[in-house]
Design a protein around this ligand. Sequence first.
Ligand code: ADP
Length: 535
Amino acid sequence: MMDDFPLLLSTLYDRAVRLFPDQQIVSIESDRSLIRTSYGQTDERIRRLATALDRRLGVSQGQAVGTFAWNNQRHHELYWATANTGRICHTLNIRLFAEQLVYIINHGEDQVIFVDPDLAPLLAPIVSELKTVKTFVVMGEDASGCGLPDAIAYEDLIADGAPHGAWPQLAEGSPHMFCYTSGTTGDPKGVAYTQRSTYMHVISNLATVHISPADNVMPIVPMFHASAWGYPFMATTQGARLTYPGPDLSAEALVPLIESERVTFSAGVPTVMLGMKQYLETHPNADISSLQAFLCGGAAVPRSLIEWFWKAQGVRVLQGWGMTETNPVASVALLKPHMMDWDFDRQLDVMETAGMPTAGLQVKIVDDEGRRLPEDGEAFGELLIRGPWVTAEYYNDPRTPESFQDGWLRTGDVCKITPEGYVRITDRAKDLIKSGGEWISSVDLENQLMAHPQVMEAAVVGARHDKWQERPVALVVTREGSEVTEPQLLEFLRPHVVNWWLPDRVIFIDEIPKTGTGKFDKKVLRDKHWEVLSG
Ligand code: ADP
């Protein structure tokens, strides 16, 4: 029957190449050169790559192909060559520690690793510990001197050999991508994205966020983590132009690229946007007027950031929430039609939430006993989620049962749900600060602090306290030349939070440590400042 037709990514792909062969893909390479190509030209390369995976590299359907690479053209080709042929693209997070990398490569049983030339030195020291990798492919024209044994060059690999013909009819439940969580505690856990799951994720997200063939999409969020939030798949599905920014994710590189390529849509974590804001404030002639929307998430997006981009640049910052386990985008903070007439401040109350679940997903909040809590914007508890692109298990991992409850994924995020149905993240469970038995949201405090004009970044963590168990301590990075003081910042916070939430200490630091995915690394900060209030 018609309704049994499998949900395969190759069908989205074939349509896009057929209808938009001349659509451009722009890519910044490891050597900072710019490659300009098209869907049609790329198709030829993807088909040669697909043949090479099979005949030259001996990777069977269902086996994993590791990638250790930036956001670029060849990475895009690997995404599609694997998806279209039933192989698994195992995107390796280049920022993991060596032992975590060894663990995930062996756990995923990667047969080959494709590596960008400038990243090869990071892999070289662990080669002897990799149990299943037979070949290394350097993503460029030359593999000599890369330090990896018997490496071949990508361009040689695809130079000859017949282009792949019609794509195979796969089972929609077959995996096409492995993504591992960053594993802040214990070994990383693997999630296998299936054809069906990514297909549904693409369709639902395209119904949520407007991307059309007239758009130019620049995924800043790394392709080595959670499939760049699915944008390579979404943009291709819509036949949109794609711009891959390569290795340099500084605002100094990104803003001129947005300007010269006339990027219309982009996505990334708040730290990237904070950097862009700072750059734009000091470069008033920079012109990012082509940029209409920016999906920002992965960590709480400061209200002040959303406000600034809208007022100063006309850029709509759409906050998204998601996890590796949810393929990954699961909610987006869009306004409903009746909110369009609200004043901006009231709209910001909505835009600063993690948003409403995208079509196809179900969410609820529960208390410690797993009982459902009311969605009144007051009660808070752990967020649970389920749906066609929420994983049902960790790949080959005995830790699965801890994270699921009656078919729902336990997110570890503590949330409220408003009467309008928007999810408001209070904190990650492990980041909540427990003061004298009452919870304090570090996210709320950070948000308020980052609204101060002299504050660039702020993170709030719990520190041990003799009387209250834990009290909040704020770590603050100020703008260059700022002379703002601790009492001034506390005064700034006072009207916005209850008295007992005010941090016991404000510590000025040079930089907030970041995780492998560019989020504030609260664990490092907590470990470092845990005793700062004692003695
Ligand atoms: P990790 O950060 O551990 O590598 P993920 O990338 O899967 O793993 O991160 C998922 C987590 O990121 C969520 O559980 C949530 O805590 C946080 N997160 C994502 N988006 C948002 C958001 N918009 N606001 C607050 N937290 C967010």
